[in-house]
Design a protein around this ligand. Structure first.
Ligand code: ATP
Ligand code: MG
Length: 293
């Protein structure tokens, strides 16, 4: 069962400042990954929720930022609207601090900053401000200096809206790397060049260290010949940036959000859950390589 999420203020210090044990060492700042693709319905939110859950399941401390006014990541994690006292919108406009807006989920080690429809007004309200592209980066800054006696989150996953708008630019300006879900369908590569151009512009103008972490192929259907062709095309275009793990189309994955649960909680043994666990392992491995190189 998904419990009603408690607000951050009601949580013991340790849940906001996880890993209490490893205090002696300087806690490393979290890695911030933006889950982005301006195409709608390609699996961004599903990936943010289930990759986040899988990373938490293998011991990482994970914070998901719901940066989409649709609020699908919040709903899919069982955070009902009444529990969204402070939201991503509030932290972006400076109405609340990050820690005020963090809520626990039913998954141990997985927290969320929920979103509400208010977020759709962000661009109009903040679009002229000088720091408009850095609102998220600034809001996340407290994560880099956890309170004394506490280590912080190890991963922040930002679930972007289906647009290359100011919200997505904020995610790219705040992130170390971008994770791009691509649906295994005929038009998979459509729009990818535009996304890559935007990443390049953000790198030049806002965030010199930004990289593409990887491309994750989603909703693969082994009974459909086209899926195999799309995998081959995407691998040819993006080379080793494409993760080995491919997420299959799996009805359990699509059912889980209506129960407010990640698929790993809804049905741990299904092919979708297994794939997201493999993806989490692969991402941690790639992180080690990125940090070593
Ligand atoms: N592996 C999968 N198997 C079956 N259904 C899936 C899978 N991944 C995602 N879906 C379904 O596809 C739909 C779109 O997925 P999702 O909401 O994650 O995409 P999105 O890119 O976040 O969409 P949006 O652009 O609207 O934010 C949802 O109904 C989701 O349940
Ligand atoms: Mg989404």
């Amino acid at each position: 069962m998904v419990n009603e999420a408690s607000s951050a203020e009601q949580l013991p210090e340790a849940s906001l400042a996880p890993n209490g044990a490893a205090l002696a060492a300087e806690p490393a700042p979290p890695r911030v990954l933006a889950v982005a693709n301006q195409k709608g319905g390609v699996g961004k939110t599903t990936t943010a929720i289930n990759l986040g859950t899988a990373l938490a399941a293998i011991g990482e401390q994970v914070l998901i930022i719901d940066l989409d006014p649709q609020g699908n990541a919040s709903t899919g994690l069982g955070i009902d609207r009444r529990s969204r006292r402070y939201s991503t919108y509030d932290i972006l406009i400076g109405e609340a601090g990050l820690h005020d807006a963090v809520v626990a989920t039913a998954v141990p080690r997985l927290h969320l900053v929920p979103s509400t429809i208010d977020l759709s007004g962000f661009e109009l309200e903040i679009g002229q401000a000088r720091d408009r592209a850095f609102r998220l980066r600034n809001a996340l800054a407290p994560l880099n200096t956890p309170a004394p006696g506490a280590a912080g989150f190890s991963y922040v996953l930002v679930d972007c809206p289906p647009a290359l708008n100011l919200l997505t630019i904020n995610a790219m300006a705040a992130a170390h790397a971008i994770l791009v879900p691509l649906q295994c369908e005929f038009f998979a590569l459509e729009g990818l060049s535009q996304l890559l151009r935007t990443v390049e512009q953000v790198r030049e103008q806002l965030n010199a260290g930004l990289t593409i972490h990887g491309v994750v192929l989603t909703m693969y259907d082994s009974r459909n010949n086209l899926s195999g062709q799309v995998v081959a095309d995407v691998r040819e275009f993006m080379g080793p940036k494409v993760y080995d793990t491919i997420i299959p189309r799996n009805v359990r994955v699509s059912e889980a959000p209506s129960y407010g649960k990640p698929v790993l909680v809804y049905d741990l043994k299904c092919s979708g859950s297994e794939a997201y666990l493999r993806l989490a392992t692969e991402i941690i491995q790639r992180e080690k390589e990125l940090c070593a190189g």
